[in-house]
Every structure is written in C-alpha cells, then in structure tokens.
Ligand binder design. Structure first.
Ligand code: SF4
Ligand code: SF4
Length: 461
C-alpha cells in the first residue's frame, strides 16, 4: 500500500491514488425520470419567467442591492424591515429542517438547481454532442451566458438587463462583470466540477446525519430481498453451491448487474446503504425497476423507503422533530404576519435640534425650531404633509406644504413653531406633530416645544 492510499474507500469520486474518478452516468428511463423532467423543466421555466412577471408594477422577485430593497410578490422590504426578513429566513431554515425530516433529500434530487441543470440540461447536451466536443463547449458557453443574464435580472430587473444586452458593456461595467463572472462559474461548475459540488462543496449533504432520522424518506436498497446477490442464471431460486450444513440458501433478487451504480450521478453503490453522496435523484430506482421488470420480478428492490422500514420496523409519521418543527414554524409564521401587518407606511422621527433652542421675536412671540424626518416605506410614491396638532395660539412657518417622496426615500422637514410667550410652563410645552400622506395614512409624534422659563427672558444665546 502506498503512503497516499487510504485504508478504506474515501469518496466515490476519488481513485485510490487520489486522482479524480470521472463519472459518466448512464441515463435510465423510467417513471421517476419522467416525473423529474416535468418538475425540473417547470422550475427552469419559473426561474426564467419570474423576473418578467410583474405584481403591483414591480417584478415578482427583485433583490435590488443598489437601492437596498427586496421585493417579493408585491411586498417590498427595506433595511428597516430587518426583523421581518430575519423571520422570513428563519421560516426558510425551519422548512428545510421539516422537509428533510419528512422527505429526506427530496430537494437535492428534484429541486436543487445543481441537479436540475446538470441532469436535465447540461448532461443531455453532453450526450447529444458526444463526438463533437467543440459544439458541446459552445452550447455550454451560450447556456451559461444566457442563465447568467437571467440571474442578473433578479438583481436589476429584466428590462434593465435587456437594455444592457443591447448596449455597450462600457456603459454598465459592473453588470457586465457580474455576467462574465457568473458565466465563468457556471461553465466551470457544469463542465468540470459537476458532482463535486454536491459531494465536496455543499454543506447540506453533510447535515444529513443530524436532519434525518430512521423514519425519514430515503432511497434505499432492500437488502433482505436482494441479498445474497448474484448473476441471474443457473443458480437462481436453487440452493447456493456453497452451503452451511443444514442451511438452504438461495440467491436474492439482486442480479449484480450494477445498473444502479452505472446510472448514479455521484458514482455510489446504493447497495452499501445510505451515503452522504446520495442526492436522492431516484435514477437507481428507474435502473433497477427496468431490470426487475425484464426479469419479471416485482419492482422496488431499490425504492423510496426509510431506514426503519428496511430494518423491518413499522413506519411512523409522527415523531418529536416532525411535531417540533411545525410548532416552531407556526410561531415564526404568526410573528411574521403580525410584523407585516404592523409595518408602517412611513418612518417618522423628531430630530435633535442644533443651535439655539428658541428665539424671541420682535413682536413678543417665541420661535422654536423643530426638525422632522420622514422616510417613505410604502411601495409607491407618496406626498407627505406636516402640521401641528394644537394650532390654538401657534402657527408653523418654514415647512413646505408638501413633500413628495419616492419609495425608500426620505426628507428632513425643518420648521419653526411660533407660540405666544405665556404658552410655556417651566420653559417648555408639549405638542404633537401630525404627518399624513395623500393615500390617507397619518400618524402623530409627541414633541417638546422649548421656550422662555419666565416672561422676563429677553434674549437667547
Ligand atoms: S440494478 Fe438492481 S439488480 Fe442490478 S445491481 Fe443494482 S440493485 Fe442489483
Ligand atoms: S444512489 Fe441513487 S438516488 Fe442516490 S445519487 Fe445515486 S442514483 Fe441518485
């Protein structure tokens, strides 16, 4: 054994000397491949169309980094909505935990872009251009660039990308650089890195051991039925040639054809049990079902099952984690809805005043500066007005009649409250500033109006 040799198998994608073991999985037709094609091509269509679907005048999903806005099916979130976004993220994590506990790696096999694009787009192209490699690389490059542009549309909108595509790269160097970088990464991933992304880079596979339990849905090989494996032939159904005394043993249903191994996109042998590299793509089920059908045996030697079922134990849907995750999800969901419901249409603050707190005017009245900041948190342009609630004996000067603000924009409203000198008690009086918009929304803020402590005060510093 050389010094570099591992004492046991390390990865399905590594040769014993540590070099890459290239995998060229054989396509296996069957009911799961058909179903995965429907789901996968549906997801690809959704990915391409979502930036083009408009809800309330905005793309269904837009992660506008430049304006620090996240639009999700008509609702726009800004940095001030950090708590709501955190709840959203938490709900996603809990959903992943719940789905994995129930259905294992169904996401990896059926929904993950790595599997969907690799197995349903790039691998079929490779099979199509088997003997024309240059054409295959060209097709890969065109697809990578096209998908990168769609990806960019999620950040800047599809219309912007369209305009950029027909414009000069010099006019939008950042967007152009993103497309070049993402295209290069996609090309590297789908042309070279491939299953290594699932086996080496993605952390989700490594979390399997904690997220799955013995009742979770997995793709498994029925050892009871399949073993001892052996070629279909003269020994099938007859006593095995080598017997222990008094024990009659016949071959199991696995004919050791290795169809399940040669079709596996991560190169593993599912007959060795559940492995981290298994992405749950169900290719081995289709491969084995075809063999069983040919041999006129029941399908399902490899099937969707659970560790418990394979060990002859009863299936149990209800267990602690399947109850705890939905309970936590419900709590997070309620909190999320409450927060979204209470989301104000605008944020308003009274700002700290700088300079002189008030000024005595020549006509004997007191002028107190007040500054209010308004930030439009609605998804539309709004026109704001600012007024003082108790106008008896006071008037406001300095503020404009209206403040039009685009979504996410803010303005500072400087104004002076003019009060009579005897309106103050101990050098201040309470008032409320009312802020309203043209859509009927309004709120009010408490504000302390500063003035002279006694009527004998003549001047202010
Ligand atoms: S495809 Fe089925 S019969 Fe063939 S080796 Fe795999 S498990 Fe055995
Ligand atoms: S073992 Fe089967 S389900 Fe798992 S990755 Fe390989 S082919 Fe897909």
């Amino acid at each position: 054994m050389s010094i570099a040799q591992a004492p046991e198998r390390v990865l399905s994608t590594l040769n014993e000397d540590g070099t890459r073991h290239k995998i060229d999985p054989r396509l296996s037709h069957g009911r799961f491949l058909n179903a995965r094609r429907v789901v996968g091509y549906g997801l690809i269509a959704l990915f391409v169309l979502l930036p083009r679907i408009e809800i309330g005048g905005k793309p269904a999903i837009l992660l506008d980094l430049a304006h620090r806005e996240f639009t999700f099916f008509g609702a726009t979130f800004r940095p001030a909505d950090g708590f709501i976004l955190m709840l959203f993220g938490l709900a996603l994590v809990l959903t992943v935990f719940l789905v994995t506990a129930l259905a294992g790696r169904v996401w990896c096999g059926w929904g993950c872009p790595q599997t969907v694009y690799m197995e349903l787009v790039f691998r079929p192209l490779e099979r199509l251009f088997k003997k024309r490699r240059a054409l295959m690389w060209a097709a890969y490059a065109v697809l990578a660039v096209a998908l990168s542009n769609v990806f960019l549309a999620y950040f800047v909108s599809a219309d912007t990308v369209e305009a950029w595509v027909f414009g000069s790269p010099a006019a939008h160097p950042v967007g152009f650089s993103v497309v070049v970088a993402v295209s290069a990464l996609m090309f590297f991933d789908f042309a070279y890195f491939r299953e290594q992304m699932c086996v080496l880079a993605c952390p989700y596979g490594r979390l399997q051991s904690v997220l799955l339990d013995e009742q979770s849905l997995i793709i498994g090989y029925d050892e009871q039925r399949g073993e001892p494996r052996g070629k279909a032939g003269k020994h099938r159904g007859k006593p095995l040639p080598v017997l222990r005394e008094g024990v009659v043993q016949t071959l199991g249903d696995c004919v050791d054809c290795r169809a399940c191994v040669s079709t596996c996109p991560t190169g593993i042998d599912i007959r060795r049990g559940l492995q981290m590299e298994c992405v749950g793509c169900a290719q081995c089920i289709d491969a084995c079902d075809a063999i069983m059908t040919k041999l006129e045996r029941p399908r399902g030697l490899i099937r969707y099952t659970s560790k418990a079922e394979l060990a002859g134990k009863p299936r149990r849907l209800l267990r602690a984690r399947v109850l705890v995750y939905p309970a936590l999800l419900a709590v997070v969901g309620v909190l999320f809805l409450v927060q979204v419901g209470e989301r104000t249409k605008a944020d308003v603050w009274v700002l700290r005043q700088e300079g002189a707190p008030f000024t005595l005017l020549e006509d004997g009245t007191v002028s107190t500066p007040v500054r209010v900041k308004i930030e439009n948190r609605s998804a539309d342009k709004r026109v704001y007005r600012v007024a003082l609630e108790d106008t008896a004996g006071t008037r406001v000067i300095g503020a404009r009649p209206e403040y039009p603000l685009d979504p996410g924009k803010s303005a500072i409203v400087p104004m002076f409250v003019i009060s009579s000198r005897d309106a103050f008690d101990g050098g201040e009086r309470d008032a409320r500033v009312v802020i309203s918009d043209d859509a009927g929304w309004h709120t009010s803020l408490a504000v302390t109006i500063l003035g002279p402590e006694t009527s004998s005060v003549k001047e202010q510093p």
